[in-house]
Design a protein around this ligand. Structure first.
Ligand SMILES: *Cc1c(COP(=O)(O)O)cnc(C)c1O
Length: 358
């Protein structure tokens, strides 16, 4: 597909951009351009363009505004030491977007079109990929239903877009490990949309997240919806548990957990470290008992935005427990470094995970 190019008439100056890149934060600053591709029932994907980032026009009856027919992805572009720009496993993001599209009755974006859209954005906004350690350009591909129609059925018009913004550390720096609040709310029920990356899941997680914050915690921990017993994941991160005998557990993908690409990558990296990783249900009571007995030595959360983040403390109505020393453990630090080294190109990419795009 040919992309039409409409350059920004007044992009930020180099000095303004560099000032933002020096202290990027997360999710508040954006690059100069965006990609838009339209879809209709009759024409499929068409009218691809790279254009100045600007508010979009939507009919007030657009389906996304009423029934939340929206899905998204999140991935990062990294600046390598030689100045090139690389993505980490973008084919997996493309595949997952289409799995989410299936669940939300939306059209597929061909994998090569998904990656080409990102290439096109990086081709114009590559200067926005920061080089400082721990920083990257966060890419947010997403799809919305734009058809103006208030009846309830899958829409017949969609927009796929890619926006991007520089990202530093997701959690406030200085926090050695995060503290979790065990929510009474649930994130996903069997047969629901828990495995799809859709905005609706996040809308439902905002009250529990606010509750966790107001109780002084960094993140919410969700248990399963049926027994309220099994650990599922955080609002936007998967979890791992490491034991003193070299075993590692992460909850299985039974449809209520988001299949994280970081999760999948860490399973592989941990196995390469000689650890025995099993995808296995783990209960909150067992977690507490194992943390208290010392059998459980580390726990961490993972996702593209937060990378690998140690979990220091878990709290609920029955009190709280601390994991290990309450700070980052050895395995957590090691596996985080290993992953980051592959993403940043400071170690060999033996898995074919890194795609150079600029
Ligand atoms: C995106 C997401 C993750 C992490 O997925 P990655 O591919 O590792 O970034 C985990 N949980 C939820 C709910 C998510 O939306």
């Amino acid at each position: 597909m040919q992309f039409e190019h409409i350059p920004h008439p007044s992009p930020l100056s180099d000095a303004e951009r560099e000032a933002i890149l020096a202290n990027p934060g997360f999710g508040t600053n954006f690059t100069d351009h965006m990609v838009t591709i339209e879809w209709t029932d009759e024409a499929g994907w068409h009218d691809a363009r790279v254009e100045p980032r600007a508010p979009i026009q939507l009919d007030p009856a657009a389906a996304v505004l009423h029934y939340a027919q929206e899905i998204f992805e999140g991935l990062k572009a990294y600046r390598h030491g030689d100045g090139s720009i690389a993505l980490f496993r973008p084919d997996q993001n493309a595949r997952r977007l289409n799995a989410s599209a299936d669940r939300l009755a939306m059209p597929h974006v061909p994998e090569d079109l998904f990656i080409e859209a990102i290439r096109q954005l990086i081709a114009v906004d590559g200067a926005w990929v920061p080089s400082a350690e721990g920083s990257s350009l966060y890419l947010r591909p997403f799809m919305i239903a734009t058809e103006a129609f208030l009846g309830v059925r899958p829409a017949k018009r969609y927009k796929f877009m890619v926006i991007a913004g520089p990202a530093g550390n997701y959690f406030k720096s200085g926090a050695p490990a995060v503290s979790l609040w065990i929510s009474d709310y649930t994130r996903a029920a069997p047969g629901g949309t828990g495995a799809a990356k859709c905005g609706g899941n996040y809308a439902a997680s905002l009250v529990p997240t606010r509750e966790a914050f107001s109780r002084g915690h960094d993140q919410v921990l969700f248990l399963d919806a049926v027994e309220h017993k099994w650990v599922e994941e955080l609002g936007g991160m998967n979890v791992f548990f490491a034991f003193d005998d070299g075993r590692v557990i992460t909850p299985p993908l039974t449809g209520t957990i988001l299949p994280g690409i970081t999760r999948d990558s860490l399973i592989q990296l941990l196995r390469e470290e000689g650890l025995e990783v099993s995808e296995e249900a783990y209960s909150i009571d067992q977690w507490r008992a194992d943390a208290e007995s010392g059998k459980l030595v580390e726990s961490f959360a993972c996702g593209t935005a937060a990378v690998v983040t140690p979990i220091g403390k878990v709290a609920g109505h029955d009190g709280e427990f601390t994991i290990g020393s309450g700070g980052p453990g050895q395995l957590t630090s090691k596996v985080r470094e290993r992953l980051v080294a592959i993403q940043r190109g400071t170690t060999a990419d033996t898995h074919g995970w890194v795609l150079t795009v600029g």
